[in-house]
Design a protein around this ligand. Structure first.
Ligand code: HEM
Length: 200
């Protein structure tokens, strides 16, 4: 694999996106099962954070029209969303290893905080696999429809997070999702409710 085709800004971005993974390495390769279990927290949180940042790009561009930095974010959105998926994948693998047996994984499924995570992950897989130019060309207009599934998946992640520890996790979930939900509301207002000059 060669990085020669990538712009320096993309390489710097990936270096930054990799930092939480680097911080996780000692727990990943150490032999303390509690430290390994503890990885569920940062992997889940960074998956959600990067997903949220990627999904905020369009709204920020609309809100800060003409500014350069939201354009940069929109341009790199795919990298950020792929990183979010990789953290979510690591989170899922760590969860499964931590549960130990398939029976214990299945046993936990009826809990709201668990099935919502699985369902979100199930939606993320086709979205991540089609996050490339070839798939975009191949799927034509269907690509946009498919990518719109990111919205229900994000809502499932919000419920997954908030429902943890008997819904005791709702404050950090609300703090993280607040800006994204605010931007969604702004976009809806902008496209459907904004007063427009009446044509005469
Ligand atoms: C594949 C299915 C998933 C399962 C079974 C699962 C399971 C879990 C579990 C058991 C925890 C609790 C960790 C703890 O407190 O010890 C957790 C936390 C979390 N998960 Fe997931 N998860 C899944 C998918 C996802 C996805 C797709 C995302 C985001 C994109 C995500 C984001 C989070 C977040 C933000 C937390 C809270 C971190 C914390 O503050 O502890 N999870 N997950």
């Amino acid at each position: 694999m060669s990085f020669s085709g990538y712009k320096p800004s993309t390489l710097i971005l990936w270096a930054v996106l990799s930092l939480p993974a680097l911080a996780a390495l000692p727990a990943l390769f150490g032999d303390d099962p509690r430290a390994f279990h503890g990885l569920l927290h940062p992997t889940g949180e960074w998956a959600a954070r990067f997903m949220i940042i990627g999904m905020m790009a369009s709204g920020l561009m609309l809100l800060f029209k003409g500014r350069q930095w939201p354009r940069w974010l929109v341009h790199h959105r795919r990298d950020i969303e792929v990183a979010a998926f990789l953290y979510a994948l690591a989170h899922t693998v760590i969860y499964v290893i931590d549960r130990g047996t398939l029976d214990r994984v299945v046993e936990a499924l009826p809990h709201t905080e668990i099935w919502t995570g699985w369902l979100a992950m199930l939606i993320f897989v086709p979205l991540a696999l089609t996050s490339n130019d070839t798939a975009q060309r191949w799927l034509h207009a269907g690509w946009k429809t498919l990518q719109r599934w990111a919205y229900p998946a994000a809502i499932l992640v919000l419920i997954h997070w908030a429902a943890l520890h008997d819904w005791g996790s709702w404050p950090p979930a609300a703090v993280h999702f607040g800006p994204l939900v605010g931007l969604w509301a702004y976009r809806l207002w902008y496209w459907y409710l904004r007063p427009r000059p009446v044509a005469v």
